[in-house]
Ligand binder design. Structure first.
Ligand code: ARG
Length: 459
């Protein structure tokens, strides 16, 4: 096929170079954004009498049918037409002849591709946001069932203080809420129309850029044409938001992997979301969580890749920037499948309440509460800390938990103890006395669940 830019060339492009240069294999994903952008551009050209309004109408109608044909799978793209932009234009011209050649008036592929990418990123940011919302709803549902399910809370992966499974899940709800906010910000960062920037210095035609922005639903029009064509910050913003999201999913995955080991045995994953071993018949592996954790690396890689691509590029457009697409596409595909599968895995897991409670009781997670009891009975906190430290040492020697020690044993460490220490170190009491905003008490977690449902309606 004859190149659209072939005029000043006397030789054909080398075949391998054609392949190397071409982006159609991946940027065909932008067909909808490309055609929508072209329709808005054509309509504006007609209205401004830059091209004949009837010809603009013909271009628009034909672009609409091309969109339908691509969606139906009836269009074959060509590598020698390089990218989605020139492929669509070539098909248009094939269908309506010379009129098709007028579409590119006052436009460059440089402002065209920037526009397409912004439309695309706005769309996927919305989609990611709704997938995160769905995961949050799954977590809120599960938390709702477990506001009384005692588990040990950890620091340094050592049992620290008793909390509930609901309280632990709600920590992730907070993280995913921030991820939703980040996706909203990504969309806002992409919400500026670069079309009209031309190749780099706008154009001499009287384009109505605001009309195009209104039709394409952009909030702003770019104020500098060089930046218009060479800004890919919005792609980086998406990759950064995706990286933080994956970091959260990966931490959660790591906990799930630990929790379903025999050593913890806090949860059991549904058979539909686990896999077996080809050699060890007893195995049931948390592959989904491991893959989510593993895929975090490739999303970080995509961010680092594009940051590195962008860092040395002089203004304005350079072909390096064609490398913005695959990291964005791959990241979107990755976080999409991770979010969907992860939510399903969470929805179907079983909680082994007894083991969780036993772990909370066995790990002296109520020791702080025992110290607090002493403080309430007149002992200074530092002294109370020392006394309970001795008590724990004693209990360890006896291989008992704090609630298994007798009152006499307590008194052998400090005469201040009386019978009421036992209710003070009851795990349910320990949890429910932490009854301030942000705490694990059932009342607080129930309030947090309700507040988050409200938040989801507003965001
Ligand atoms: N496929 C190109 C890209 O994605 C489109 C812009 C090409 N512009 C150019 N002057 N070669 O960046």
């Amino acid at each position: 096929m004859k190149k659209m830019w072939g005029g000043r060339f006397s030789k054909k492009t080398d075949l391998l170079t054609d392949d190397f240069n071409s982006s159609i294999s991946f940027d065909q994903r932008l067909y909808k954004q490309d055609i929508t952008g072209s329709i808005a551009h054509a309509r504006m050209l007609g209205k401004q009498n830059i091209i004949d309004p009837n010809e603009a109408e013909l271009i628009i109608k034909t672009l609409e049918t091309i969109l339908i044909d691509i969606e139906a799978g009836n269009v074959e793209f060509s590598v020698s037409m390089e990218d989605i932009h020139m492929n669509v234009e070539a098909i248009l011209t094939e269908r309506i002849g010379d009129v098709g050649k007028k579409l590119h008036t006052g436009r460059s592929r440089n402002d065209q591709v920037a526009t397409d990418m912004r439309l695309y990123v706005k769309e996927i940011a919305d989609d990611c946001k709704s997938l995160i919302r769905n995961l949050i709803l799954t977590l809120l549902d599960l938390a709702d069932d477990h506001t009384n399910t005692i588990m040990p809370g950890y620091t340094h992966l050592q049992r620290a203080q008793p909390i509930t499974f609901a309280h632990h899940l709600m920590a992730y709800v907070e993280m995913f809420k921030r991820d939703m906010i980040r996706m909203t910000q990504v969309k806002a960062m992409a919400d500026t129309l670069p079309l009209g920037s031309g190749a780099l210095a706008t154009t001499t035609y009287p384009l109505d850029r605001s009309a195009v922005a209104a039709e394409l639903d952009f909030a702003f029009v770019s104020l500098n044409s060089l930046d218009g064509v060479s800004d890919r910050d919005f792609c980086l913003d998406f990759l950064e938001a995706a990286s933080v999201l994956m970091m959260h999913l990966s931490r959660f995955s790591e906990e799930i992997i630990l929790w379903c080991s025999s050593e913890f045995n806090f949860i059991t994953l549904d058979d539909a979301f686990s896999t077996g071993s080809s050699i060890m018949p007893q195995k049931k592996n948390p592959d989904i969580a491991e893959l989510v954790r593993g895929k975090t690396g490739r999303v970080y890689g995509n961010l680092m890749g594009l940051l590195t691509t962008m860092k040395g590029i002089p203004l304005a457009y350079n072909k390096d920037m064609q490398e913005d697409k695959e990291p964005v596409f791959d990241t979107y595909d990755t976080i999409k499948i991770c979010l969907i599968t992860f939510a399903k895995m969470i929805k179907t897991l079983t909680v082994n309440k007894k083991t969780m409670k036993k772990a909370a009781a066995g790990g002296f997670s109520n020791a702080t509460d025992a110290a607090d009891w002493l403080v309430k009975h007149g002992i200074a906190f530092r002294d109370a800390h020392e006394i309970i430290g001795k008590l724990v040492f004693f209990a360890l020697e006896q291989q008992k938990s704090l609630d298994e020690l007798t009152l006499d044993e307590y008194r052998s460490i400090s005469p201040v103890f009386d019978e009421s220490i036992f209710s003070a170190i009851d795990l349910n009491v320990c949890v429910n006395q932490r009854n301030i905003i942000g705490g694990p008490a059932e009342e607080q977690v129930r309030k947090a669940i309700a507040l988050n449902h409200q938040w989801l309606v507003q965001n």
